[in-house]
Design a protein around this ligand. Structure first.
Ligand code: F6P
Ligand code: FE2
Length: 185
């Protein structure tokens, strides 16, 4: 039986209708994710130009505008580096107290969160799951499925992204596949 591809209207609407009107598309290849995966041998076997994820961001305000909101849709592709799932870089916000919403649109994933005391936990992402990310909590998404994981994000236009701390110290736990199941260790 032919499986009809269900495309979430908000996703196709966003991609097709809003393209060009303040929508910025950014791409992250595996090459831009150097150092975030544990298994460097496995990482070095992968093509650096392979697309890991792309983000469609709707940015109606100038970066840093207090009180404004940004909206983004990320499409994170399935894949593994050793036993670790493809994942986003992860970040804290520059303005520590700025919170954010993520919600699942398509596919299966895990939202990995870490507070300032470096306690790390994870929430399952699926179509319709809603995730509140309080200020001061770093966030990263991993695709635990075999198809694209799409999720939307809404965050303050003055939140900023602090990638450095995660690039230097990572999260205190990694999401890996153990006997076919995602495990935080
Ligand atoms: O910015 P990262 O850590 O690469 O992850 C991408 C996701 O995070 C955001 O940049 C904002 O939190 C989203 O726009 C995007 O979906
Ligand atoms: Fe964020």
């Amino acid at each position: 039986m032919e499986h009809k591809k269900i495309v979430i209207p908000s996703l196709s609407f966003f991609q097709n209708e809003l393209k060009g009107e303040g929508v910025v598309k950014s791409r992250r290849t595996l090459g831009e994710l150097a150092g975030i995966f544990e298994n460097q041998d496995a990482y070095s076997q992968l093509p650096l130009d392979q697309l890991a994820y792309e983000v469609y961001s709707y940015l109606p305000e100038r970066e840093g505008t207090p009180g404004g909101l940004y909206f983004g849709i990320t499409q994170l592709y399935p894949g593994k580096v050793g036993d670790e799932y493809f994942m986003t870089k992860g970040h804290f916000h520059q303005q520590e107290d700025r919170s954010e919403y993520y919600w699942g649109l398509e596919g299966e994933g895990m939202l990995i969160l870490m507070d300032r005391e470096r306690n790390t936990w994870a929430e399952r992402m699926m179509p319709g799951s809603l995730h509140y990310i309080p200020g001061g909590v770093a966030h990263r998404v991993a695709n635990t499925g075999n198809s694209v994981l799409s999720f939307a994000a809404c965050w303050p236009s003055d939140a900023g992204h602090n990638y450095e701390e995660i690039a230097n110290k990572g999260f205190s736990a990694r999401l890996v596949e153990v006997n076919g199941t995602p495990k935080l260790r």
